[in-house]
Write a protein that binds this ligand. Structure first.
Ligand code: UDX
Ligand code: UDX
Ligand code: ADP
Length: 475
């Protein structure tokens, strides 16, 4: 085949489309990359000094390529017209209404993007589904595209799911475990797969570029996320057993992980997984299984989400129980609000739910996070307080200094594993807190022995902790 792609358009300048296409621009200097979005503010931010996404390494790449072969714009028509290959990288949230509410993937944005392409495109176009979508979504995209077709147009629809994780997106993109391309097994389909493979092979070894049919590709993405989420739920389930028995989750995870068949990654016990993908994709897989009448399979996967919800609730209950069964009007410092470190993203963060349960008990929350936006924190907490939105104004403050957040608090709750939390002066913090002073380490990142020596009561996911040194209280 002869490579003919010299212009790529990406519809959707979000967490996936932005970094992915920035890396394509970096690695393929001869290709023009146009990232388009209907959201003018987002595009302005991509064109400005402060990018709309915090991702280590992203700034440098965008600043290097922007204006050379990487362009951000709201002119979606021009992007569709000029490109031979178009990524659809729009949001695919869980449906909040109608059939499949709370589980099925909402495909309205994918459909709108496909219709837009159908209206504008002429000539030969390769359409690449990048957003995570249910199995057979590419078929729907193809139907929409072909229903508006005239003689001047032909489309090939590919599935090319993105496996990057936030916080490590640039590294994941530069050195992917694999690139997956699904396409129809016809001559034009295979030709389109080869065209997209050629783009990636600018920097990815050909042996890592996998070619499958469309449905295998779509299902692989959902199943990968379901497996990862399942691993986290499994270790979190074991953490509950540890707390009930005196086994130590760090020792257990370490020894489980050394088995090569299992592997050591995604065995970090936590307050439950968050983020925009895991829950959404497991729910989507569950919904698909139900629709296919695979009830037992649906129940199996659904349990991953059930366990995750349990972990968040269990952690919050432990806080309440330790603080003498009442947190009403007590100041509690929440350290970390994003769903993981090295991102500003708070979507589906477990902190939101821990915060909700504590607010249900009338605790006063003081939130500190190094990157999360203050307005976003407040709006996330408002969203889970729909019966009583005023309570957030009454109970929550967001502070930009961890020492101020902890001052006069009864407890500190570590919700995100930010590195900077390990380096704080906990002696100073202890001295400024109400006594007995508690730390709940939901991420197992602190030096617990040192905290006990200072005098803290320490509670950790998956561990039974000793009392602090010199503690004379009888409980
Ligand atoms: C297992 C554990 O592997 C071992 O570490 C432990 O000490 C004892 O239990 P075993 O039952 O002897 O060992 O065999 P294993 O190879 O793990 O297979 C167990 C079953 O799972 C077999 O029926 C095997 O066919 C099945 N299996 C295994 C699969 O169906 N698919 C797989 O991918 C792997
Ligand atoms: C995930 C997948 O990793 C990625 O391949 C896919 O493309 C998108 O979904 P992401 O959600 O960005 O990426 O982050 P990830 O690092 O996978 O973490 C997800 C959640 O699980 C976080 O809340 C994280 O804290 C939690 N987690 C992860 C654990 O609690 N324990 C672990 O061992 C690993
Ligand atoms: P993801 O995490 O999957 O990248 P985001 O929500 O971060 O999702 O980004 C998706 C982007 O897609 C948003 O900026 C949104 O404005 C954009 N978008 C959604 N639908 C369309 C559309 N039809 N045309 C252009 N942009 C769209």
């Amino acid at each position: 085949f002869t490579p003919r792609i010299n212009c790529i358009c990406c519809i959707g300048a979000g967490y996936v489309g932005g970094p992915t296409c920035a890396v394509i621009a970096l690695k393929c200097p001869e290709i023009q990359v146009l990232i388009v979005d209907k959201n003018q503010d987002r595009i302005n931010a991509w064109n400005g000094e402060t990018l709309p996404i915090y991702e280590p390494g992203l700034d440098e790449i965008v600043k290097h390529c922007r204006g050379r072969n990487l362009f951000f714009s709201t002119d979606i028509d021009a992007g569709i017209r000029d490109a031979q290959l178009i990524f659809i990288s729009v949001n695919t949230p869980t449906k909040t209404y109608g059939i499949g509410k709370g589980r099925a993937t909402d495909l309205q944005f994918v459909e709108a993007a496909a219709r837009h392409i159908g209206q504008i495109a002429t000539g030969k176009k390769i359409i690449v589904e990048k957003s995570t979508v249910p199995v057979k979504a590419a078929e729907s995209i193809a139907k929409i595209l072909y229903s508006n077709i005239d003689d001047n147009v032909s489309f090939e629809v590919l599935s090319n799911p993105e496996f990057l994780a936030e916080g490590t997106a640039i590294n994941d993109l530069l050195q992917p475990d694999r690139v997956l391309i699904g396409g129809s097994q016809t001559d034009p389909g295979i030709e389109a797969i080869n065209q997209l493979a050629w783009v990636y092979e600018h920097w990815v070894p050909p042996s890592k570029v996998l070619r499958t049919n469309v449905w295998s590709s779509e299902l692989s993405k959902l199943a990968s996320n379901a497996f990862l989420a399942q691993k986290v739920s499994s270790i979190n389930a074991v953490s509950a057993i540890c707390e009930a028995t005196g086994a130590d989750i760090s020792d257990v995870a370490h020894s489980i992980g050394l088995d090569k068949r299992i592997g050591s990654k995604y065995l970090q016990a936590s307050i439950g997984f968050g983020g925009s993908c895991f829950q959404k994709d497991v729910l989507s897989l569950t919904y698909i299984c139900e629709a296919l009448n695979l009830t037992e399979v649906a129940d199996y996967w659904h349990q991953v989400v059930v366990m995750n919800n349990y972990q968040k609730k269990r952690f919050a209950r432990k806080i309440i129980q330790c603080l003498f069964h009442t947190v009403s009007n007590k100041r509690i410092a929440i350290f970390g609000f994003t769903f993981k470190k090295d991102t500003a993203d708070t979507r589906e963060s477990s902190s939101i739910y821990v915060g909700k349960y504590l607010m249900d008990e009338e605790a006063r929350l003081v939130v500190y996070d190094p990157k999360a936006d203050k307005g976003q924190i407040i709006s996330d907490l408002r969203e889970v307080s729909s019966q009583d939105p005023q309570r957030v104004d009454r109970l929550v403050s967001v502070i930009n200094d961890p020492y101020d957040a902890a001052k006069d608090a009864h407890a500190i709750v570590i919700c995100t594993e930010w590195d900077e939390f390990k380096a704080l002066d906990y002696e100073k913090i202890y001295n400024s807190m109400y006594k007995p002073a508690y730390i709940f380490d939901g991420r197992i990142i602190l030096d617990h022995a040192a905290l006990l020596r200072i005098g803290f009561h320490v509670e950790v996911v998956g561990k039974v902790m000793k009392k602090p040194v010199n503690d004379l209280t009888p409980f």
